[in-house]
Design a protein around this ligand. Structure first.
Ligand code: AMP
Length: 280
């Protein structure tokens, strides 16, 4: 794997690939890689001849009181994992300048109404920060394909919406959620939790799963949601939202909605906020 730490090094590596007309797939990450991230690389390899992964903890997507400073940075381990997966290029910028050049001048991409709902309601500005950096990475790298996880469902939809107008030639692929045995979605933030807390956190998945089953049986939607929230509280999780939406994240407040839909939930456990969803 070619490790690039600056834009210059990245450009050289990319030029060599474009000379050989390789099809390039991008997998953006913030590092602290786990099986969820690695599954994205495996999927990318099915859609392109070369893969490039980025590891960049994007300051623009963290709020003032969030975990930007303490976000786990495990570069040595990550490099080993990417090497084992035979990723072709890693862009691991030495500093923020290698991504943004001038952070004051950067073109902010606005995430609109959807960007202020669900996770965006709890994290104002978060999705503007995500879209701004993804747009930048798309501009710098210009991949043919980019892979994002369904774990961050709202993020994936917003990136898709942004790409329609700004990057119509990039094919976006949504990768399924990779879970631990107890159902919990793998996440770098799971590292903040103790073993007993991880067991407690698995109740978010249980609530989502149970709610999807109940909806299929045509139980009343309002009751399903209030029972799910009560269940989470009874398990000492603080729910922020628990909602049913269609697969594009339009609101659904009826029973027997025929199309593809998704239950999405977010909880806090001991100051760590976790998200999860189930599509059905
Ligand atoms: P992050 O490093 O958290 O920014 O995640 C980088 C990419 O990995 C995003 O597209 C995430 O949706 C994806 N991802 C994170 N966790 C998982 C998981 N458990 N299963 C599938 N994809 C994931």
């Amino acid at each position: 794997m070619i490790i690039t730490r600056t834009r210059k090094e990245l450009d050289v590596a990319l030029k060599n690939f474009s000379k050989n007309s390789e099809k390039l797939a991008l997998i953006p990450t913030m590092g602290n890689l786990h099986e969820g991230h690695l599954s994205l690389i495996r999927i990318a390899k099915k859609h392109a001849s070369k893969t490039i992964s980025t590891i960049f903890v994007n300051p623009l997507q963290f709020g003032k009181n969030e975990d930007y400073d303490k976000y786990p940075r495990t570069h040595e381990d990550d490099i080993k994992k990417l090497n084992d997966e035979k990723c072709d290029i890693l862009f691991l910028p030495v500093n923020n300048k290698e991504v943004f050049s001038n952070i004051e001048d950067i073109k902010t991409i606005h995430s609109g109404i959807l960007g202020s709902e669900l996770c965006g309601k709890i994290r104002p500005g978060h999705f503007d920060g995500v879209l701004t950096v993804v747009n930048k990475l798309f501009e710098i790298i210009n991949p043919d394909v980019a892979v994002f996880g369904a774990k961050d469902y709202q993020q994936e939809i917003l990136i898709r919406q942004m790409a329609v107008s700004l990057h119509p030639n990039i094919e976006l692929i949504k990768a399924p959620i990779i879970r631990a045995e107890n159902g919990i979605a793998l996440s770098s933030r799971n590292n903040y939790l103790s073993e007993p807390e991880l067991e407690m956190a698995a109740n978010l998945y249980k609530a989502l799963y149970h709610s999807a089953q109940s909806y299929k049986k045509n139980f009343d939607l309002k009751t399903i949601i209030s029972e799910a929230k009560n269940y989470l509280i009874s398990k000492k999780l603080i729910p922020h939202y628990f909602e049913l939406r269609d697969h594009n994240l339009n609101k659904i407040d009826i029973n027997q909605f025929e199309g593809k839909k998704v239950f999405l939930g977010s909880v806090t456990i001991n100051n760590t906020r976790l998200i999860d969803n189930i599509e059905f």
